[in-house]
Design a protein around this ligand. Structure first.
Ligand SMILES: Nc1ncnc2c1ncn2[C@@H]1O[C@H](COP(=O)(O)OP(=O)(O)OP(=O)(O)O)[C@@H](O)[C@H]1O
Length: 770
């Protein structure tokens, strides 16, 4: 605080001034159209050409990828292309926008500077106390292609007039963004990034950085802009290794899904924990207590035991009948020795099977050799070493022998191992003697789908088992499916190009679109020949992919087992970890960052903090602060940046009237929204009942798994509301929310801090029995 920043609105710049800016902005849009058209043209030309050498095809494939990405990017930055201008002390002007545009006709001067370029940084950091050579910062507000307002800040200490929010940059534009109605989709903040956020966004790539901040401090926004910044600044490195962003649930990923494309970045892989094991779609649900058991580090030992349990030694000798009715005997001591040998090899289970096979087959071949090569005169065995080797080879191909080996040391997929473990109380008892009877009972279940907490266990199992041929085949199939999706995407972009008539120029009048000449299968074939995939495609299909950078949002929710998985995905330990330990809801979640990170990086991680809440107004923050103090009196809430002017309302309602009262409140709140959204947050146990009441009265309300946030009214649980926000929020039955989980107070804190404007709390009296 206290930079003494002067905020001249510059008076309000005249209409002439807006007119001059309009001219410039229109020129930029014209350039954008030219660039897009050029990329369309090149894309369609590349797609039409067939044949040629392998190298030519491969080059063409790269070109197709490049031009289709360009077309997408130029379309994505349409809104708010240019949003700022810096006037320097030397009298230069720099326009700042979503991408860089250069004067290719002239001397390649930048017409628009990418917000991530070093020279654009002053737009976010310059203050009157430290103007960084900037005389004036101008915010341009546009609607579609029209300039609708201009806000100036003159960075001049002499005329400084301290305000309540001296630390804010571009206050007018910031407050306009914060007070705008929500749409159910997160917007980017590129026009109004604040200084404390900018420092995190542009922090160095290497190392583990934790971003701790209370609700609404912009952690998610910062994480996404950091991804865009890192891809811009370290393009070469990160475009080959990829960036992974992990969020808490599918609804949240949809909520944030438009931010990176609007920043012209499409290469970041967005995933929930449930999607991090390729080929598994973990949508099954289970009690929070079961997920908590599965998240504990002791599960490594449980899985190790479960694998060892599948490496069997029979109690009695086994008979193996060969085709000529010859019977071989495999005694327990031989199997025991083979198992020891295989275990000592240090290889994962599936790869150690080869060692086991060799040992057993050697012993069986010795038996055969003993019989057929015995010297009737009692001398040495008559068979040569080559004969014995041939016997081993034949035995190795005998179905009966293979069946016995499969039984004693089966090749397993992670799914098989885990499904068999969960399905059998005996297997659980053997693998998990260190768990309590209740914990073991929690693991027991019938097969049929996977839960998010299973995903880190599948990944751990995959490490213990090693990859066999089946896993590699499954990966190839996943890659093919993704390639096909990509091929269709490219053709979709090309279809859009039909309005630009490049086709008839090439064909002398015959109007044939690219998509008439090439279908997704043929494009896919071409791609496969060249074996080219986007980084994100390859990474999505490959469990063992090592990302160049990993960003985790709502990271406080991750269990120790989930951290193990993520650390495997990021051996370079270049990570941005974003969260708030006061909001931890998962029982196996993170009580402290040191606790989560020390096993992997000791104390080599850095903590940064965000201290200002942009979402939650002062009125609501003071209600939430009371709950925060109950969680831990040492915790401080973030400072709210603005007041909404709406004091929160708290009502006691007789339990039998709760649903009716909720409907009334929701109807009134929804009617009061012009273009915003209403969130109704309810205890998990009452979501069906209360959700049905609200949807009966307000049919546009969304409720249920993955509700559509673009609906005007959404009814959801706290777990589903994580990371989201609404203009108005109704929190129903806060006591029950607290009672539903040992982390219930944190859940209530999350619920209370989802509103940008208005908060109503409905408390049933007497409370319903839990
Ligand atoms: N500099 C900014 N300019 C404009 N809006 C901002 C800025 N910083 C944050 N916001 C807005 O504030 C709201 C809260 O941001 P965000 O969701 O990133 O916070 P968070 O810290 O992740 O919250 P939570 O912990 O509750 O999930 C969003 O609407 C975001 O767009």
């Amino acid at each position: 605080m206290g930079d003494g920043l002067s905020r001249h609105s510059g008076g309000s710049p005249s209409d002439d001034e807006i007119g001059r800016e309009q001219e410039y902005v229109s020129m930029l849009y014209q350039r954008l159209d030219d660039l897009r058209e050029q990329a369309f043209r090149r894309l369609t030309e590349e797609l039409r050409v067939t044949g040629g050498t392998l190298q030519a095809r491969s080059q063409r494939d790269s070109a197709v990828r490049m031009y289709s990405e360009q077309v997408e990017q130029f379309s994505a930055v349409e809104n708010g292309l240019c949003f700022g201008r810096l006037d320097t002390d030397e009298g230069e002007r720099h326009y700042i926008g979503r991408i860089g545009i250069f004067d290719t006709d002239g001397d390649y001067e930048p017409l628009l500077m990418d917000w991530r370029a070093p020279a654009a940084r002053a737009f976010y950091l310059a203050t009157a106390a430290n103007p960084q050579g900037i005389r004036r910062r101008r915010h341009l507000r546009t609607r579609q292609r029209k300039v609708i307002a201009v806000n100036d800040e003159v960075l001049d200490l002499a005329s400084a007039s301290p305000t309540a929010h001296e630390e804010l940059t571009g206050e007018a534009s910031l407050l306009a963004a914060l007070n705008a109605g929500r749409t159910g989709r997160m917007r980017d903040i590129v026009e109004t990034i604040q200084a404390e956020q900018d420092r995190i966004i542009r922090a160095d790539l290497p190392g583990v950085m934790v971003v701790q901040g209370g609700p609404g401090t912009g952690k998610t926004a910062v994480a996404l802009h950091r991804a865009a910044y890192l891809l811009y600044t370290h393009r070469r490195e990160l475009s080959s290794r990829g960036v992974l962003l992990v969020g808490p649930n599918a609804t949240f990923l949809r909520y944030i899904s438009q931010v990176l494309p609007a920043l012209a970045e499409t290469g970041v892989l967005l995933r929930t924990q449930a999607d991090l094991f390729p080929g598994v779609n973990a949508r099954r649900t289970e009690p929070a207590t079961t997920a908590a058991v599965k998240g504990r580090p002791v599960m490594v030992e449980v899985l190790t035991n479960a694998v060892r349990d599948r490496q069997r030694v029979p109690d009695e000798p086994l008979e193996i009948e060969l085709p000529q009715r010859e019977i071989l005997l495999l005694d327990p001591a031989t199997v025991h020795a083979a198992r020891d040998r295989a275990r000592r090899s240090g290889r994962p289970h599936n790869l150690a099977r080869a060692v086991f096979d060799i040992e057993v087959i050697h012993a069986l071949a010795d038996q055969v050799a003993e019989r057929i090569g015995a010297d009737p005169l009692g001398g040495e065995n008559l068979l040569e070493e080559a004969d014995v080797a041939e016997i081993r080879r034949e035995l190795g191909e005998e179905p009966e022998v293979r069946a016995t080996l499969d039984e004693l040391w089966p090749v397993l997929t992670p799914q098989r191992l885990l499904a068999d473990l969960y399905a059998s109380t005996d297997r659980i008892a053997t693998a998990a003697p260190m768990l309590t009877a209740d914990e073991r009972a929690a693991l027991h279940r019938t097969p049929g789908g996977w839960t998010p907490a299973d995903v880190p266990l599948l990944d751990e199992a995959a490490e213990l088992l090693g990859e066999d041929d089946r896993a590699a085949t499954a990966r190839r199939e996943r890659i093919r499916a993704l390639q096909r999706e990509y091929a269709e995407g490219v053709l979709e972009i090309a279809r859009g190009s039909r309005s630009i008539d490049v086709e008839d120029e090439v064909d002398g009048g015959e109007i044939l679109g690219v998509t008439d000449l090439l279908d997704a299968d043929r494009l896919l074939e071409r791609q496969e020949e060249a074996d080219r995939l986007t980084t994100a495609q390859r990474a999505a299909a490959d469990r063992s992919w090592a990302f160049g950078h990993v960003i985790v949002d709502e990271a406080q929710e991750l269990s120790p087992m989930a951290w193990r998985l993520l650390m495997r995905r990021c051996p370079s330990r270049s990570m941005t970890i974003v969260g708030d330990v006061a909001q931890t809801g998962a029982l196996a979640g993170t009580p402290s960052w040191a606790h989560a990170l020390e096993p992997y990086v000791a104390d080599r991680w850095r903590l940064t903090e965000l201290t200002v809440s942009y979402r939650t107004p002062t009125e609501i923050m003071s209600v939430a602060a009371d709950v925060l103090a109950e969680i831990d009196p040492a915790l401080r809430p973030p400072r709210a940046v603005r007041s909404s002017g709406f004091p929160p309302v708290s009502r006691d309602v007789p339990e039998p009237r709760l649903a009716a009262e909720l409907v009334e409140v929701a109807t009134t709140e929804a009617a009061g929204l012009t273009d915003g959204r209403l969130g109704v947050i309810v205890p998990a146990a009452r979501v069906d009942y209360l959700g049905a009441a609200v949807t009966a009265a307000l049919p546009e309300a969304a409720v249920g798994e993955q509700p559509d946030l673009e609906n005007r009214v959404v009814v959801l649980t706290v777990a589903e509301a994580k990371g989201l926000e609404f203009d108005s929020v109704v929190v129903v039955d806060p006591d029950r929310i607290v009672a539903e989980s040992p982390r219930g107070r944190s859940d209530l804190y999350v619920a209370l801090t989802r509103a940008t404007q208005r908060l109503t709390t409905l408390t049933p009296t007497p409370p319903p029995p839990c």
